[in-house]
Design a protein around this ligand. Structure first.
Ligand code: AMP
Length: 468
C-alpha cells in the first residue's frame, strides 16, 4: 500500500517521502485513515512499530485542514495535545512533528520537566498548535495559569501503559478534566492491562480498535542470546564482547542508577567510550548524551529502564541486558530498541545463576527459548541445569535471526484473555486487517457487549457519551 493512498495532504506526503518511507507500517495503515475520519482510536502499538507517525501524520493533516483550523482571526489556540511518559520521548515525538510538518505552517512545542519553566512560559506567549508534554510539567503550567487547554480538539495518550507504570494516572485524570468533551482522542499502548482498558473506557468514545496482526514483524528481527556468567565477571565479559566483536552503538541496561554509573566508569577505564543515562542526570546531560550516542560518537550508552523508554535510535544494532529486568515485559520493551524499522539486531543478556528464574519468565512471555552460549574464559560455576541446554544447531557463519512471529508479538501485547485480539476473536473474528474490517469488528463487539458485561467497559464511555 503506498503512502499516497492514505489521503494525507501533498505537503505531508512530500515530507514522508523525503524521510524515505515507501510504505506505511501496519499500524499506520490502520490508525491514519481511522484518525482522518475523525474517530477516536485505541491502538495496540509497540515502540518501533511506526506508531509516532500513526498519530502525528493525521494530527498534522487535521490541523492544517479547514475543519480544525481554528479562528480565522487572531492567534490560533493550542489544538492538539500529545501526552507522553518521558522527556526523551517528548523530544522525539516533536522531532517527528517538525520533520513531517516541514511544509506546513504549524508550530509545535515540547513541555517537559527537568528544565527551567520560564522559557516555556515565554514560548507559550507565541503560537503553539501542537503541544507535546509530560504530565507533571503540564500540570505545573496549569497551576501557574500559563497554558490554556480549553481549545484542545485532538488528544493523544502515547505509551499509556508506561504512563500508568510511572504513576501518572492521577495527573492524567486531572488533565482530562481540563479538556473539552468535544475532542478526538487516540490512545496508544503496548499492553492492555485492566487499568488501560478502564482508561480507554473512561476517555475514549466509540473508538476504532486497532491491533495489527504482527506489529513488529517486519521490524523485530532480533537474535536473542544468553551468556551465563558469574555476577563478579559480568563487567569483564561485557568489555570483552564489545572489544571482541567491535560493537558500536551498544545500549546496555542495568537495574539501578548507581549500577549504570559504575558500569559506564568501568567501560571508560577499559578504553570504551561509555556514558550513563538515568533519572538523576539533568535533562541537558541526558539530551547531550543521547545526541552523542545517536551520532555514533559515543560507543556505549548505559541506561536504566525508565531512562531508555522511548529512545528512538534508528538502526541500533546491540542491546545488552547487563541484568535481566524483574518484570519480563520490560525485556520486551528493552529489546524494542533494536531490530527497528526492518533492521536486524542483537539482544544479549548476561545472566547470573540467581537470574535464571527471570530468564524463564521472559521465555514464557516470549513463548520461545533464548539461545544460551557460554563464552570461553567466563564460564559460570553454578549454572542451573536447565539453562545448559546446548543451543540449537545452526550455521555459525550465518546470523540467526529470530523473526518474532505473531505468537510472541501477541504475548507482547497482552496476556491472552485480556488482549483486544482475543476479545475480538471471541466475537467470531479471526484476524484484524483493514480499518473497514475493524469497523465491522467493532460493530460486532458493540452488539455483543450487551451480552458480555466484562468487555462492555472497554467499548462504551458513559461519561463522555453523555456529554458529547
Ligand atoms: P516509532 O515506533 O514511531 O518509534 O518508529 C520507529 C522507527 O520507524 C522510527 O525511526 C521511524 O522513523 C521509522 N518509521 C516510521 N514509519 C516508517 C515507515 N512507514 N517506513 C519506514 N520507517 C518508518
Amino acid at each position: 500500500m503506498p503512502f499516497t493512498s492514505l489521503g494525507l495532504s501533498k505537503e505531508i506526503s512530500r515530507a514522508v517521502a523525503e524521510k524515505g518511507y515507501t510504505e506505511p507500517t501496519p499500524i499506520q495503515q490502520q490508525a491514519i485513515p481511522a484518525a482522518l475520519a475523525g474517530n477516536d482510536v485505541l491502538a495496540g502499538a509497540q515502540t518501533g512499530s511506526g506508531k509516532t507517525a500513526g498519530f502525528t501524520l493525521p494530527i498534522l493533516h487535521l490541523l492544517s485542514d479547514k475543519s480544525i483550523k481554528g479562528p480565522s482571526e487572531g492567534r490560533p489556540p493550542i489544538r492538539a495535545l500529545i501526552l507522553v511518559p518521558t522527556r526523551e520521548l517528548a523530544q522525539q515525538v516533536e522531532e517527528s512533528i517538525i520533520d513531517y510538518g516541514q511544509y506546513l505552517k504549524l508550530n509545535s512545542m515540547v513541555m517537559i520537566g527537568g528544565v527551567s519553566i520560564n522559557p516555556q512560559i515565554q514560548r507559550l506567549r507565541s503560537r503553539v498548535d501542537i503541544l507535546v508534554a509530560t504530565p507533571g510539567r503540564l500540570l505545573d503550567h496549569v497551576g501557574q495559569n500559563t497554558v490554556d487547554l480549553s481549545q484542545i480538539r485532538l488528544l493523544v495518550l502515547d505509551e499509556a501503559d508506561r504512563m500508568l507504570d510511572m504513576g501518572f494516572i492521577r495527573d492524567i485524570k486531572k488533565i482530562m478534566a481540563l479538556l473539552p468533551q468535544k475532542r478526538q482522542t487516540m490512545l496508544f499502548s503496548a499492553t492492555f492491562s485492566p487499568e488501560i482498558k478502564a482508561m480507554a473506557s473512561e476517555f475514549l468514545n466509540n473508538p476504532a480498535i486497532i491491533e495489527t496482526s504482527a506489529p513488529n514483524s517486519a521490524a523485530a528481527r532480533i537474535t536473542h542470546k544468553v551468556h551465563p556468567v558469574e555476577t563478579s565477571q559480568k563487567r569483564m565479559l561485557l568489555a570483552h564482547l564489545i572489544k571482541e566483536h567491535s560493537w558500536y552503538q551498544v545500549l546496555v541496561f542495568t537495574r539501578t542508577k548507581h549500577g549504570a554509573n559504575r558500569l559506564a566508569d568501568y567501560l571508560e577505564d577499559q578504553g570504551i567510550p561509555a556514558l550513563a543515562i538515568h533519572g538523576n542526570k539533568s535533562q541537558a546531560t541526558r539530551t547531550r548524551t543521547l545526541a552523542q550516542f545517536k551520532d555514533g560518537s559515543l560507543q556505549v550508552l548505559v541506561a536504566t529502564d525508565i531512562a531508555a523508554r522511548g529512545l528512538d535510535i534508528i538502526d541500533l544494532p546491540h542491546v545488552v541486558n547487563y541484568e535481566l529486568p524483574n518484570v519480563p515485559e520490560d525485556y520486551v520493551h528493552r529489546i524494542g530498541r533494536t531490530g527497528r524499522a526492518g533492521k536486524t539486531g542483537d539482544a544479549v543478556s548476561l545472566v547470573a545463576a540467581d537470574e535464571f528464574k527471570l530468564q524463564q519468565a521472559i521465555e514464557r512471555v516470549l513463548k520461545m527459548k533464548l539461545e544460551v552460549e557460554i563464552v570461553p574464559g567466563f564460564e559460570a560455576k553454578n549454572i542451573p541445569r536447565a539453562s545448559q541446554t546446548p543451543p540449537r544447531k545452526q550455521n555459525n557463519n550465518a546470523r540467526k535471526v529470530v523473526s518474532q512471529d505473531i505468537k510472541s508479538e501477541q504475548s507482547k501485547f497482552s496476556p491472552k484473555p485480556n488482549s483486544l485480539r482475543s476479545m475480538l476473536k471471541a466475537n467470531g473474528e479471526k484476524k484484524l486487517g483493514t480499518v473497514e474490517k475493524n469497523k465491522e469488528h467493532n460493530e460486532q463487539m458493540r452488539k455483543s457487549i450487551n451480552r458480555k458485561p466484562h468487555t462492555a467497559a472497554l467499548f462504551s464511555s458513559p461519561t463522555r457519551n453523555k456529554n458529547k
